[in-house]
Design a protein around this ligand. Sequence first.
Ligand code: PDD
Length: 287
Amino acid sequence: MPTIAYVNGHFSPIEQATISIEDRGFQFGDGVYEVVRTYGGGAFRLHDHLSRLESSARAVSIPVPLSRTEWEALIREGLQRSRYGECLVYIQLTRGVAPRAHLFPSSAKPTVVMTFQEIPETGGALQRQGVPAVTLSDLRWGRCSIKSLNLLANVLAKQEASDAGALEAILVKDGLVTEGCSSNVCLVKDGNIVTPPLSDQLLAGVTRAVVLELARKNGIVVEEREVSEEELTRADELFLIGTTIEVLPVSRLNGVPVGERVPGTVTQAVRDAFQRCILSETGGEPG
Ligand code: PDD
């Protein structure tokens, strides 16, 4: 079964999908994106992802060419066409095609691209074992709350982490933890979850919002406050959260084991609550 793509009104196998080399997403990274995943064939928290897409687009003055109902219908159609068990839906919106010049073009129409990729069945192995992470300098721009296509600093940090044998880089700016290259970060200290507060320095993760709400409902104290790099190294437990990784324990930070066992008690409780939430909202089994 080929992976299905959607470009400006047309579905096709991904190999046949094309965009102009003058698309501003390609030339300037002038666009925004979302990553959504399905459980039981249904997109999890689609409304939250579409709201964030709209607010990212608004923040960079790209008009959103589709209504909520239109997005939902297209995503449903893409999922039906792709016929995979579970899908990762990638949504990209750029300022459109125009001769290369920095200023906004006066007449470009936004480009909408989506892909519907199969999510391989992993049985949650990583989530049970945990993954190594490293801390690296956050070299990104000052508006990381926008889910923009400009991911070069994230790409470089992720590669540096991988070269060091880690799965994620936890980024640190001026001594304070911001987030992972493609995840939000939580630590556990004395039974409480601590995570950096929302700001221009990090993405307001859809998973972050769900996880923090579930944690509070389950009686876990959540502190949204600044976290120093030093505090991170003293954590009892550490976990990453995001659409593709769900709740992923960190087993080693910069080569040093985190806490006494992985997953730690709080991480496991959060993961269980997240899995129950997925099941109740979508009827699908978590990854
Ligand atoms: N990334 N922070 C960053 C920098 C991210 O790129 C992501 C997600 C998150 C978590 O957000 P959410 O819970 O809404 O997925 C936090 C996606 C999955 C990606 O770029 O592939």
